[in-house]
Ligand binder design. Structure first.
Ligand code: PNS
Length: 160
């Protein structure tokens, strides 16, 4: 059985993430969508809220498991017995950070944890959770970037 882990902060999940999840679910038997539970990052949404939003927007896929992880990604992958990490690439600007992360994970896992990249759909190449949070923080319209239930959660967070 082919399994892959799609890790991230998902603060909050966007149409860009959903596109990657959809494509991964077509190409792997099992996809772990794994939300980093790391207080150091001081996210906008709690890890429980992020997991709930992910579950709400991925109800159509039956080969996806959404859960949280803490600590090192290599330890979590080992615990799941999964040897492949998936990351989306939006633009060249993502590449250096992603390459370093992939190389580090490969090295510290003793050459057992590989990373594959999926280029995001052109439609979402500009999109990031950071941008979505920023727009919402100024009470802007985020309906083009995130599903309605996520937009509602953002509006509630920022009181509009
Ligand atoms: O959505 P993000 O914030 O770009 O995701 C980053 C994430 C969660 C994939 C990365 O920060 C991570 O794997 N953190 C866990 C800690 C770890 O293993 N660090 C070493 C890898 S360089």
């Amino acid at each position: 059985m082919s399994s892959i882990i799609y890790p991230g902060s998902f603060d909050p999940v966007t149409y860009g993430h959903i596109d990657i999840i959809k494509r991964a679910s077509k190409n792997y038997d099992l996809v772990y969508v794994s939300v980093l539970d790391n207080n150091k990052k001081s996210p906008l949404f709690t890890v429980e809220e992020r997991v709930k939003m992910l579950k709400d927007v991925t109800g159509d896929f039956d080969n996806i498991i959404i859960e949280t992880f803490g600590g090192l990604l290599i330890d979590y992958a080992k615990e799941k017995n999964v040897h492949m990490i998936l990351r989306g690439l939006r633009a060249l600007t993502d590449f250096e950070y992603e390459l370093h992360m992939a190389q580090t994970n490969y090295l510290i896992s003793g050459g057992t944890l590989e990373t594959v990249f999926l280029p995001t759909d052109l439609e979402y190449s500009y999109l990031s959770s950071t941008t979505v949070r920023e727009i919402a923080s100024f009470k802007g319209d985020v309906s083009k970037f995130v599903p309605d239930c996520v937009a509602q959660s953002l509006y509630k967070k920022f009181g509009y």
